[in-house]
Design a protein around this ligand. Structure first.
Ligand SMILES: CC(C)(COP(=O)(O)OP(=O)(O)OC[C@H]1O[C@@H](n2cnc3c(N)ncnc32)[C@H](O)[C@@H]1OP(=O)(O)O)[C@@H](O)C(=O)NCCC(=O)NCCS
Length: 157
């Protein structure tokens, strides 16, 4: 995984009170899904002790779903969102996933741009034609071709 200089990407292992306070401040004004009751993993990008980016992946109804991708404005366009996405896909793989999902509003072009590069494709109820919904589901099928494209990703032994 290519990590921008000065940034480290880590799974949040301890969802302590201190982390919760920082989490709330980081997502202030954003709608974030409560994943407390679900199997999940938060991944954060740190610049020193500062949280530069944050994201989550959770398991719901048999699907690994990515959510909450946000990078602080002053840290954007350095590859942090890509690194957080790669870390989450890798985590899902390590948990046995063969597909990863996310949902996004049509207007959220940057998120679409960041994820579609990995091979995510829009999935609609009617496979041939998507209805004009405001949000759509996207799915990444993890195939050998995807693993080849992103050498940081691999099936666990
Ligand atoms: C979308 C977001 C996560 C991107 O984070 P980032 O760390 O800047 O993204 P990256 O640097 O990894 O960029 C990934 C790709 O998107 C492109 N990109 C990033 N920001 C872009 C922008 N504003 N316009 C066009 N392209 C952009 C990058 O150029 C890169 O493409 P490349 O590899 O071909 O150069 C960030 O802008 C953000 O947090 N936005 C707010 C998201 C939000 O509101 N989330 C909801 C929860 S609060």
């Amino acid at each position: 995984m290519k990590v921008p200089p000065g940034i480290s990407i880590r799974r949040v292992l301890k969802e302590s009170g201190e982390w919760k306070t920082r989490f709330s401040a980081f997502y202030s004004g954003c709608e974030v899904k409560n994943v407390a009751g679900l199997d999940h993993a938060y991944f954060a990008a740190y610049s020193g002790d500062e949280i530069a980016g944050h994201s989550v992946i959770y398991l719901e109804d048999g699907r690994w779903v990515m959510d909450g991708l946000r990078v602080k404005p002053e840290f954007r366009e350095r590859g942090i969102a890509k690194a957080l996405t790669e870390a989450r896909i890798h985590y899902a793989l390590s948990r046995g996933a063969r597909e990863v999902w996310y949902t996004c509003e049509d207007g959220n072009l940057v998120t679409a741009c960041c994820h579609v590069r990995f091979g995510f494709r829009m999935v609609c109820d009617n496979e041939k034609k998507c209805t004009p919904a405001t949000a759509h589901w996207y799915r990444l099928r993890i195939t050998p071709a995807v693993l080849k494209k992103f050498p940081g990703l691999r099936f666990p032994r």
